[in-house]
Design a protein around this ligand. Structure first.
Ligand SMILES: Nc1ncnc2c1ncn2[C@@H]1O[C@H](COP(=O)(O)OP(=O)(O)OP(=O)(O)O)[C@@H](O)[C@H]1O
Ligand SMILES: [Mg+2]
Length: 243
């Protein structure tokens, strides 16, 4: 039974800030797969991430993760249950070195990833192990943020706009590193992206979000063949390339 149970089942009825409702009726379920969530600015993508990680506590509905209800649980409990989070804006500790970020996690479990394995996946970090995070490039900081979330062996990794603010060549390096990571692990991944070319290179399935709801849910190849959807919900006038 457990092998066929979904990893994540989201059935949110509402969530928001004060009287402003951001998420409406929003449902999807996923197994151990790679799902991209795309949608234009301010549509509620980060709000969904915050609800799923326990940072925003006022949501109505249900989120089942690995067979257990997690809606209403605290971020630390949800993290311990196996949800890793790379927040939008790559939060790293400026005054800590790369290595210190990993030491601080105090990783010890069998599922944990040692720093050696992380720097194999993100070779750019190897040469920067003793560098302060504030001296890293944007791409290196993003790799550090992802590596740190992966180091504790999550069952589900949520990444919120990993390519935001990075130059195209850096994005390409990051995507290649993430693809290597994906190939090595069996974790589920949710990647929120406004860059649809990044989304389709990382995910097998695409959910389109608009005004707090999921308005389309399809495989990545199907999404690539739907420039109409890309234009309507993402405001892009050309279709996905590179598939
Ligand atoms: N802490 C907050 N307090 C009040 N309103 C907020 C807060 N955070 C977000 N909002 C509002 O909620 C709505 C959804 O924001 P959210 O950050 O979830 O969108 P998003 O899809 O992640 O956008 P982006 O693509 O710009 O990251 C926006 O109108 C935003 O202004
Ligand atoms: Mg956001």
């Amino acid at each position: 039974m457990s092998s066929i149970a979904p990893l994540l089942e989201v059935a949110i009825k509402s969530a928001g800030y004060g009287t402003a409702q951001v998420l409406r009726s929003l449902s999807f379920s996923m197994g151990t797969e790679r799902v991209a969530i795309v949608g234009r600015n301010s549509t509620g993508k980060t709000t969904l991430c915050k609800v799923a990680t326990g940072l925003l506590q006022n949501a109505q509905g249900s989120i089942r993760f690995d067979g257990k209800e997690i809606l209403g649980r605290r971020p630390l409990q949800i993290g311990r249950a196996g949800v890793g989070y790379v927040p939008q804006g790559r939060r790293v500790f400026n005054s800590l070195t790369v290595e210190e970020h990993f030491k601080m996690l105090g990783t010890r479990r069998a599922s944990d990833w040692p720093i050696e394995r992380i720097v194999e996946l993100f070779p750019a970090l190897e040469a920067r192990r003793t560098s302060l995070a504030r001296t890293l490039s944007g791409g290196e900081q993003q790799m550090l943020a992802i590596g740190r979330a992966v180091a504790v062996g999550p069952k589900l990794l949520i990444m919120d706009e990993p390519s935001e603010g990075l130059a195209p060549v850096i994005i390409n390096n990051l995507v290649e590193a993430c693809r290597a990571l994906i190939a090595e692990t069996s974790m589920g991944i949710i990647v929120v992206e406004q860059n649809i070319n990044v989304a389709v290179r990382l995910a097998d399935r695409v959910l389109v979000m608009d005004r707090g709801e999921i308005v389309a849910d399809m495989t990545t190849p199907e999404f690539a063949r739907r420039p109409d959807l890309q234009e309507a919900y993402l405001g892009v006038s050309r279709s996905v390339d590179g598939l």
